[in-house]
Ligand binder design. Structure first.
Ligand code: DC
Length: 226
C-alpha cells in the first residue's frame, strides 16, 4: 500500500480545495468521500428510493463504482462512468448526503470502496471518518476546523458564485444541522482521530493551511507554499 493522507473535518472548512491542491503538489490520487455520499443520495432520489431506507440505499450502493479526475481546477466525479460533478454540488444534496450517510449498511459499502481506491496509489482522502475508520493507519492525519460563522461564509460565497439562490442564514442553519447530524450519529461520527494533527483554519488562508500540512508531510523542511 502507498502513502495515505487523511483530511477530515466539518462541512465548509475547505477540505476539498486544500486536498485538491495538495494532491497536485504531491502527485497523490485525490478521493473525495463526501462526493460519494452525495452521489448515492442523488441516484437514490432519481430512482425514487426513500433516503431513510438503509437496506434499499445500500443495495443501490453495491452496484456503483467511482473514479475522480482532476481537470484544471475541477475534480470530476464519475460514478459508473457518469459525470455527476455538477449535480452533487448543491446545498440540498449536501443535506441528503448527510441523511444517507447515517446508515451503517451504506457506510459499510462505501468504506470498502474507499479502501479499494486508496490502496491503488499514494492517496489523499478527505471526509469525516478517514483517520478514525477508513484508514486508521494513515501515514498522516489532519483534522481541519473553523468557526461555524467562518465556514458558513466560505460555503455561502461558493454557492452564490455558482448562481444558487440561498441566504446566508439558510446556509448557516443547514451547516449547524449537518454538524449536529454528522457528529452525533451512532456510527463513524465526525471527530478527530486521537493521533490527528489539528489545524484551526478560522484565521488562515488556503496557502497558509497548505504550507502547514506540507511542513509535516515533507519532513518539516518546507518553507511557505506560494
Ligand atoms: O464533505 P461533504 O459536504 O461533501 O459531505 C457530504 C455529507 O456526507 C456530510 O454531511 C456527511 C457525509 N460524509 C460522511 O458521513 N463521511 C465521509 N467520510 C464524508 C462525508
Amino acid at each position: 500500500m502507498g502513502k495515505i493522507i487523511a483530511i477530515d473535518g466539518p462541512s465548509g472548512v475547505g477540505k476539498s480545495t486544500i486536498s485538491k491542491l495538495l494532491s497536485k503538489e504531491l502527485g497523490y490520487m485525490y478521493i473525495d468521500t463526501g462526493a460519494m455520499y452525495r452521489t448515492v443520495a442523488l441516484l437514490a432520489i432519481e430512482v425514487g428510493l426513500d433516503l431513510t431506507d438503509g437496506i434499499k440505499v445500500a443495495e443501490l450502493c453495491r452496484s456503483l463504482s467511482f473514479s475522480f479526475h482532476i481537470e484544471g481546477d475541477t475534480v470530476h466525479v464519475l460514478c459508473n462512468e457518469r459525470d455527476v460533478t455538477e449535480e452533487i454540488r448543491t446545498h440540498e444534496m449536501g443535506m441528503h448526503a448527510s441523511i444517507v450517510s447515517k446508515h451503517p449498511s451504506v457506510r459499510e459499502v462505501l468504506v470498502s470502496l474507499q479502501r479499494g481506491l486508496g490502496k491503488q496509489h499514494d492517496a489523499i482522502l478527505e471526509g469525516r471518518d478517514i483517520g478514525t475508520v477508513v484508514f486508521p493507519h494513515a501515514t498522516f492525519k489532519f483534522y481541519l476546523d473553523a468557526s461555524v460563522d467562518e465556514r458558513a461564509r466560505r460555503r455561502y460565497r461558493e454557492l452564490i458564485q455558482k448562481g444558487e439562490k440561498v441566504s446566508f442564514q439558510e446556509v448557516r442553519e443547514t451547516m449547524k444541522l449537518r454538524d449536529l447530524n454528522d457528529s452525533t450519529r451512532a456510527i463513524a461520527p465526525l471527530r478527530p482521530a486521537k493521533d490527528a494533527i489539528l489545524i484551526d483554519t478560522t484565521r488562515m488562508d488556503i496557502p497558509a493551511v497548505i504550507s502547514e500540512i506540507l511542513w509535516h508531510v515533507k519532513g518539516k523542511k518546507t518553507k511557505k507554499w506560494k
